[in-house]
Design a protein around this ligand. Structure first.
Ligand SMILES: Cc1cc2nc3c(=O)[nH]c(=O)nc-3n(C[C@H](O)[C@H](O)[C@H](O)COP(=O)(O)OP(=O)(O)OC[C@H]3O[C@@H](n4cnc5c(N)ncnc54)[C@H](O)[C@@H]3O)c2cc1C
Length: 429
């Protein structure tokens, strides 16, 4: 395990000090150097990772930092974090239902707690608590089942009465509103939010400092296989790059990339939308989500309310969503939080999420020798970035899935050993 404040990373970050900030502020901030290089692609790498989102960059960082694999390239078709990692609503929690998921997400949550220190970069992890509302008897039963399962796994989880929910989030209307009465809620106090851009930048900077080539504006357009069927190279818009180990970490475009290697994935890709309001004074002390109404909300440090909507009904690669989806989300939220009714929305956007039949990710090798997958995170993979990055890197280095990741292999869709997290990982992240 890499030590916090690893000297190699600290060396690369020399120059950040109070004195330096003061000097730069008087000289127009012209003396700062780039946070990571912009290298030309080399002809060959030990590991090529497609996708410069949080998962790809975290994997690269851990390969270099902990596994001693240095000839690593992260190929990103646009700019790093331009995919879902920079578009998501940043909710972090570990209260999934099944023990396989609990092990993965709890490992991740523990890493979140020290991530700013590990990367020496403030990722603004804020454990402000995550509440999931129940509006029907059936919701309440599901919530109680989750709380019990989490407690058995040693994960912090509580059941809240409507009054307790109101005490934690005073703007929530629990007065038995006709459409969405609040009958109870789950609570994970260690859950919260983090700053998504900072996560991506922190990993990129640390990986680059350890020698990883983070190559932006480099789209993978083909996968070459040798006579035995094994991966031998990728074709990119910046030339061919040889490798014997190719990791596809491309979220909503994983099926497209796997198709280049002749592989069909059990994934459907949908637009998922989010919105932010105009900034207001602090009114929302925690995260509140509701699976029933397909909506959730938190407040950013700038004061904007960050709102997540449901996935679109139809698969699509168009990076925008249907207007009626956000309309329905706002309608419902205004019933739960009547004080929002006169608030103006500033922006909305979408990302393409890769949804598997059991709503759990796919992590591991494939039938194509040398081809590995880290995808299928659907609407909720941001929270898993630190844990999955570390364990996926260990798996690549060992050539076999880490025991925590082993249940998430592609073969579960053949064997039927699904990890059905539909109630924990529906739209509410
Ligand atoms: C609106 C929204 C809200 C969300 N909210 C949450 C949340 O609150 N909590 C949570 O845990 N999760 C949330 N998620 C899900 C989360 O964002 C994703 O699961 C996670 O960011 C996936 O990370 P990634 O690194 O796998 O993918 P990405 O960050 O999407 O990175 C993949 C990269 O691959 C690149 N790429 C694609 N094709 C190619 C190619 N051919 N060549 C080179 N590069 C390529 C893309 O440009 C992209 O940058 C949300 C998602 C969305 C869209």
């Amino acid at each position: 395990m890499i030590a916090a404040h690893d000297p190699r990373i600290l060396r690369a970050m020399r120059g950040f000090s109070f004195g330096r900030i003061l000097r730069e502020s008087f000289s127009g901030h012209t003396g700062w150097t780039r946070q990571w290089r912009s290298p030309e692609p080399q002809r060959a790498y030990d590991v090529v990772i497609v996708g410069g989102g949080g998962h790809g960059l975290a994997t690269a960082y851990h390969l270099a930092a902990e596994q001693g694999v240095r000839r690593v390239a992260v190929l990103e078709k646009g700019w790093i974090g331009g995919g879902n990692s920079g578009r998501n609503t940043t909710i972090v929690r570990s209260n999934y239902l099944f023990e396989e998921s609990e092990a993965l997400y709890e490992h991740s949550l523990k890493l979140w707690e020290g991530l700013s220190r590990t990367l020496n970069y403030n990722v603004m992890y804020s454990p402000r608590g995550v509440m999931a509302l129940g509006h029907t008897e059936s919701d309440v039963q599901i919530i109680r089942r989750h709380v019990h399962a989490n407690r058995l796994a040693g994960i912090d989880a509580d059941f809240l009465t409507p009054a307790q929910a109101k005490a934690l989030c005073p703007i929530l209307d629990v007065s038995q509103a006709p459409r969405y009465p609040v009958l109870g809620a789950s609570w994970q106090g260690r859950g919260g939010v983090a700053r998504h851009d900072a996560v991506v930048w922190g990993y990129a900077r640390a990986a680059d400092a350890l020698g990883v080539d983070v190559i932006e504006n480099c789209e993978v357009t083909g996968v070459r296989r040798d006579a035995a069927g094994a991966v031998s190279a990728v074709e990119t818009t910046r030339g061919a790059i040889s490798t014997r180990m190719l990791a596809l970490v491309a979220a909503g475009h994983s099926s497209v990339l796997a198709g280049m290697a002749g592989l069909r994935l059990p994934i459907e890709s949908f637009p998922l939308q989010a919105l932010v309001s105009e900034p207001v004074k602090p009114i929302m002390p925690c995260v509140v989500m509701s699976n029933t109404i397909d909506a959730y909300m938190s407040q950013s440090d700038k004061g904007e309310l960050v709102i997540g909507a449901a996935a679109d009904v139809y698969p699509s690669y168009a990076q925008r969503g249907s207007f009626h989806v956000t309309g329905a989300t706002l309608d419902s939220l205004c019933e739960l939080f009547p004080c929002l009714r006169r608030l103006r929305m500033m922006r909305c956007w979408a990302g393409i999420v890769d949804i598997t039949p059991d709503r759990s990710p796919i992590l591991g090798p494939t039938d194509v020798p040398g081809l590995w997958l880290n995808c299928g995170w659907g609407t909720g993979g941001f929270k898993a970035i630190p844990g999955s990055g570390q364990l996926f890197a260990a798996s690549l280095a060992q050539g076999a899935p880490h025991p925590v990741l082993a249940p998430f292999g592609l073969d579960r869709f053949r064997t039927g050993r699904l990890i059905d997290e539909a109630t924990a990982a529906a739209v509410s992240h």
